[in-house]
Write a protein that binds this ligand. Structure first.
Ligand code: PLP
Length: 434
């Protein structure tokens, strides 16, 4: 390697001079696991290559969007074609209708959808709409769920149920989060108490139905059922944040998984991102015509965006959504992902390392523990030191897992059986060295 070929370390040093922490989103900095972030040069299929030419099998997939793997030829063609027709018009296009129709066709709980550019924007707008629709201020979220970095959502639990949350970020005034109540995930008693105390003031309950921002924790069926009942009784909206799970855990998203377990179940509003953009900046929120009718220009709830429904992003998202609707797509993706987790559990057992794992569709999580956690506190109690050592042992062997134990992982349709087998073999090696 010649001396002027940049290394990950030299790029990180240079980046830190001009970009805070050297990254444009904090988790990329490897702070949780330590070490030098890999600067990615290119990607193809299930693989990414760093600045030093080292190849990794990618289990992050840009944190979820790359469900087809990188550089799917049909998606690349759609994006190239759209780019030649123009980057942005600030005027409506037919492709926005096609994407809206595609989303609504797969999500029966929603009748209309508005496109935006990031999950944060979609979550923030969904909250505003829920408040505008109900005429109420208070919102409920759950500890360990991430809904983007809007001020009102950067909040952690207060000292008791009677108190509202505290900001988790500097720069967020206490007044801005005073209407946000943060409860324990999967705790039926707490949500009952919250509605008993504040029911008439609650605009919405927002949840990650399968929480991927605390690794992988499913909402239990009794918990989901009870929230649905309480929202109905008190006139609050039940909002599913499916930015991660949408078109990732099943063709009908996580809500279809719960609809199979709870007959007739549906959320009132859904938030999407990640997969629906196929790797381009695109997100959405969707609900009934009655709720969506409160949005400007029809109604009094203001929401807008210069690049919303961007023609290149919608081309990317639309071709991605079309491909994942092909017969057998999710069966195969689910099978590959399960094979990866079953493999991890098996080889960990052989190495005498306690490990549990879960997956749904193309999303997975594993824990160095004997049982699956049910809430954020239990996730955080499952030792990060072991994970961090495992992460680096895998990275050395060319397997790129999310650089923090509280993040979910993703398999793409481009991962072959051989890729999965190679990753399990690398894990076997890593478990023996832990
Ligand atoms: C990623 C994510 C968001 C935020 O989306 P951005 O596009 O990063 O703003 C919101 N909610 C969930 C569940 C997410 O996983």
């Amino acid at each position: 390697m010649s001396t002027d070929t940049p290394t990950n370390a030299s790029l990180f040093e240079r980046a830190q001079r001009v970009i805070p922490g050297g990254v444009n989103s904090p988790v990329r900095a490897f702070r949780a696991v330590g070490g030098t972030p890999r600067f990615i040069q290119r990607a193809l299929g299930p693989h990414i290559w760093d600045a030093e030419g080292k190849r990794y099998t990618d289990y992050i997939g840009s944190w979820g969007p790359m469900i087809l793997g990188h550089g799917h030829p049909e998606v690349v063609e759609a994006v190239q074609k759209a780019a030649l027709d123009g980057f942005s018009f600030g005027a409506p296009t037919e492709r926005e209708i096609e994407l809206a129709e595609a989303i609504l066709g797969l999500v029966p709980s929603a009748e209309q959808v508005r496109l935006v550019s990031s999950g944060t924007e979609a979550g923030m707008s969904a909250i505003r709409l829920a408040r505008g629709f109900t005429g109420r201020n208070r919102i409920i979220k759950f500890e360990g769920c991430y809904h983007g970095h809007a001020d009102a959502l950067l909040v952690k639990a207060g000292s008791g149920l009677a108190t509202f949350g505290h900001p988790t970020s500097a720069g967020v005034p206490a007044e801005v989060v005073q209407h946000t109540l943060v409860l324990e995930y999967n705790n039926v008693e707490q949500i009952e108490q919250a509605f008993a105390a504040h029911g008439a003031d609650i605009a919405c309950v927002m949840i990650e139905p399968i929480a991927g921002n605390m690794n992988f924790v499913r909402a239990s069926v009794p918990f989901m059922k009870r929230i649905r009942e309480l929202c109905d009784q008190h006139g609050a909206l039940f909002v599913f944040d499916e930015v991660m799970t949408g078109f990732r855990v099943a063709l009908g998203s996580a809500q279809s998984v719960y609809a199979e377990l709870i007959p007739g179940f549906r959320p009132d509003m859904s938030v999407f991102g990640k997969v629906i953009g196929g790797g381009m900046p695109l997100a959405a929120f969707a609900a009934s015509r009655e709720v969506m009718g409160k949005l400007a220009p029809l109604g009094p709830v203001y929401q807008a965006g210069t690049l919303s429904g961007n023609p290149v992003a919608t081309a990317c998202g639309l071709s991605t959504l079309r491909i994942l609707q092909r017969p057998g797509f999710f069966e195969q993706l689910g099978q590959r992902t399960r094979a990866l987790m079953d493999g991890f559990v098996k080889v960990a057992g052989e190495a005498g390392v306690p490990l549990t794992a879960d997956s749904q569709g193309g999303m997975f999580g594993f824990f160095f523990a004997d049982s699956l956690p049910q809430n954020y506190q239990q996730v955080m109690a499952r030792g990060s030191d072991t994970f961090n050592r495992f992460f680096h042992l895998m990275l050395e062997q060319g397997v790129y897992l999310a650089p923090a134990m509280y993040e979910a992982g993703f398999v793409s349709a481009a991962h072959t059986e051989q890729d999965i087998a190679d990753t399990v073999a690398a894990a076997a090696q890593a478990f023996r060295q832990l």
